[in-house]
Design a protein around this ligand. Structure first.
Ligand code: UDP
Length: 364
């Protein structure tokens, strides 16, 4: 059985790496990887291939910069050629990025079965490009692998046949379980001159927060308020950096006291930084899950989350009013010693890739 897995953007590598590793253990599976090049910066791509022990991809589509539509069209045209050459039994896509939907669509058009890992998540916010990617990918996939109960509920509500849907847990947590120890052996904190629990880690890159001047102003306010209590470490996503420059706000951000602006971090460095943070403030999907697993307080600066288990069981709190004052209040609560404690959601146990491989083997 030949499986072609797709990576394209930062959050894809940590999901495909454990799957590829488990696939290699099965003599009857031939596993190949296609990298679309949706994220092409070294810091958002190559470093993850290296740190997660992925082989060099079998195919690189090198789509590079462009609008989502340009990227989508380019990925589709190039991926079609790859499918003709490779003739896989399955195309495996993960998450909710442009590459996920683009490759799923091409596969379906050519009659190749599609497995979607991290299926069924819904924020309810159709203004998010990721929500559209999730809905469309799920509606055409043949197997849907789900991370949490809400995913099962959403797919059932949308009328997806039960036989296609499998609750397997969270493959991103497989990577975390595998690399946590290695990450903790790094000297990331020393090299930044900070100690455990002495800082708040911030990541932001969603269009709703960084694409408009008002969104960025809110973000600056949030960082300014937080830095009054703790050092703020802020690895800047390239999108966020570009937008800050475009709106002429970079200097104001750099001038805030007690803030360290960093390059996007490698996976291991970022795991280390999350593990030792007093609080993580984010708009990332994956970071909500990783902090839940690590039991680190997380404040999510978004109006909704597609990962409600992180709020229900985990350490995550949604700052749905997007009001920096609410952030300040929550930060103070946590620093005053009232952090929300959580528990690890069901099946987030490091064995998800194994479960997925077993199910795929039943559908040769
Ligand atoms: N991450 C990283 N370096 C960073 C920020 C995040 O390695 O500087 C990792 C993080 O641990 C998680 C993934 O990137 O595994 C999340 O990616 P991102 O926030 O870009 O995407 P999302 O999950 O929001 O789709």
């Amino acid at each position: 059985m030949k499986i072609l897995s797709v990576v394209g953007a930062r959050p894809n590598f940590m999901k495909v790496a454990p799957l590829h590793r488990v696939f290699l253990e099965h003599p009857s599976i031939k596993s190949k990887i296609v990298h679309t090049g949706q994220h092409y910066d070294v810091q958002l791509s190559d470093i993850f291939v290296r740190q997660l022990n992925l082989p060099q991809p079998d195919h690189c589509l090198n789509v590079g910069a462009g609008t989502p539509t340009q990227q989508m069209a380019d990925i589709m045209l190039k991926f079609e050629g790859i499918l003709h050459t490779e003739q896989p039994d399955w195309v495996l896509v993960v998450g909710d990025v442009t590459s996920t939907l683009a490759c799923a669509l091409v596969a379906v058009q050519l009659g190749v079965r599609v497995a979607h890992v991290e299926a069924g998540l819904r924020s309810g916010d159709r203004g998010m490009p990721e929500e559209i990617n999730r809905i469309l990918t799920d509606s055409i996939a043949d197997l849907l692998f789900v991370t949490e109960q809400a995913g099962l509920d959403n797919l059932r509500r949308e009328g997806v046949a039960d036989g296609k849907v499998h609750f397997v847990g969270n493959v991103m947590i497989d990577s975390l379980v595998q690399y946590r120890q290695k990450a903790n052996e790094l000297d990331t904190l020393d090299s930044l001159g900070i100690s455990s629990q002495s800082y708040v880690l911030v990541t932001m890159h969603r269009p709703a927060n960084v694409d408009t001047e008002s969104g960025l102003e809110r973000l600056l306010q949030l960082v300014d308020d937080t830095a009054k209590y703790k050092t703020v470490l802020f690895p800047l996503h390239p999108r966020t950096r570009v937008k800050l420059k475009e709106f002429g706000l970079m200097q104001r951000l750099s001038a805030i006291n007690n803030v360290q602006l960093l390059e996007p971090q490698g996976y291991l460095e970022f795991l280390n930084l999350m593990e030792h943070a007093a609080i993580v403030i984010t708009d990332s999907g994956g970071v909500q899950e990783e902090t839940t697993y690590l039991n680190v307080p997380c404040l999510t600066f978004r109006t909704s989350t597609e990962r409600p288990v992180t709020v229900k069981l985990g350490t995550n709190q949604l700052l749905a009013d997007l009001n920096p004052e609410t952030v300040q209040q929550k930060v103070l609560e946590i620093l005053d010693g009232q952090p929300k404690t959580g528990q690890v959601p069901p099946l987030w146990d490091g064995q998800t890739a194994t479960r997925i491989a077993e199910i795929l083997l039943r559908h040769p």
